[in-house]
Write a protein that binds this ligand. Structure first.
Ligand code: 5GP
Ligand code: MN
Length: 337
């Protein structure tokens, strides 16, 4: 990590401080893993950190060490606002623009406190006093590992911090298969295993937590899978009614999008999940090779992310969203074969 940025961060962390650490809305394994890893590290440095998530995190992450102490902005707006207003320093992790915190952005915009961004998404905004942004990293958790090492506090890495970091690396790398998985990723993981993490058990906690209903929902999603054959594209839809039928809980649709890519020759896939409460269709996009879904999401679906994994949303009905999607696909110069 850049030495001048580490020096800047060290200055801000010289004396003991009240610190808020914030992941993006709808936090995933990397967002929760990185915020909690940093939380445990800052505690060891004698700061008073607190993790405040914009909204609820999924059950499959609820075993992360001290995840029970994570505060949820949308469940306690006044209480968390109060804490944010008293914070002397704020870290924002695993996102590149304050609107990724949803409604919480309005509070963050009123604060005068210095912010530190640690993130691996493209095109970071400039709100932070110190910006660690590097798209070469496969996960923010790997950045946290380097951050702790660059601080000269590698000896503070312990099983608890390592467990959080490992979680983000596993989830953001699709269990070590996505293109940003490097030799360095594996060397970090080797160190985490030497620190005593229970890697088999972590995989078990992350991935073997289906319920009967969540598997039935997966079945429904697979029935809804469509292929746009001449464009090497597939997509899945899930309406609110379908989600309700299988008693949907946050996290139940995690990973379903990847089935669309598992079809031979398909290089681009999407899942459209209706959220009646928010009045949106939440979209996840995935691709193989050099088909850039980050760009596509920015242009057409109010979102962004990485080259091979991005998200976005649509304010149209499911039907109109799919019409728009099929239009984009059929007219895309890189999806003509
Ligand atoms: P997922 O599809 O798993 O929700 O997200 C895939 C990637 O895209 C993640 O890195 C996530 O942070 C990013 N992402 C998801 N939704 C959005 C969005 O609405 N806007 C932006 N800029 N990025 C998103
Ligand atoms: Mn990430």
């Amino acid at each position: 990590m850049e030495e001048n940025l580490i020096i800047e961060a060290k200055k801000l962390l010289q004396s003991s401080k009240k610190i808020a650490i914030i992941p993006h809305r709808n936090p995933d394994g990397d967002a929760m893993g990185s915020t909690l890893a940093l939380y445990h590290f800052l505690k060891k440095l004698n700061h008073q950190p607190v993790v405040i998530s914009p909204n609820e995190f999924p059950d499959f992450l609820a075993w992360l060490p001290e995840s029970q102490n994570v505060l949820i902005y949308e469940k306690d707006r006044n209480g968390t606002k109060n804490i944010l207003e008293k914070a002397e320093l704020i870290f924002t992790l695993d996102f590149n623009a304050l609107h990724r915190t949803g409604e919480m952005e309005n509070v963050l915009n009123t604060l005068q406190v210095p912010l530190i961004m640690i993130d691996h998404h493209q095109a970071p905004d400039t709100y932070a006093k110190v910006t660690f942004s590097d798209t070469r990293y496969g996960s923010t958790c790997e950045m946290i590992y380097d951050f702790i090492k660059s601080f000269g506090n590698g000896n503070y890495l312990d099983k608890t911090i390592a467990t959080c970091i490992y979680t983000g690396i596993v989830t953001d790398s699709g269990s070590f298969k996505f293109p940003k998985t490097t030799g360095k990723t594996h060397r970090i993981v080797a160190d985490l295993i030497d620190l005593g993490i229970e890697n088999t058990e972590i995989h078990n906690l992350l991935f073997n937590n289906n319920t009967y209903e969540s598997l039935q929902l997966l079945g429904k999603a697979l029935q809804n899978l469509r292929v746009i054959k001449d464009h090497k594209t597939s997509y899945i839809t899930l309406t609110q009614e379908e989600l309700d039928l299988f008693n949907y809980k946050k996290g139940d649709t995690e990973g379903i999008v990847n089935y669309g890519l598992s079809i031979k020759d398909v290089i681009f896939t999407a899942i459209f999940i209706e959220n009646k409460e928010e009045g949106i269709i939440k979209i996840s996009l995935r691709s193989l090779g050099d088909f850039d879904v980050n760009q596509l999401s920015r242009e057409h679906f109010n979102g962004g992310g990485h080259n091979n994994a991005a998200g976005g949303k649509s304010m149209l009905s499911m039907e109109d969203t799919i019409k728009q999607f099929e239009n984009v696909v059929k007219n895309h110069p890189k999806l003509k074969f």
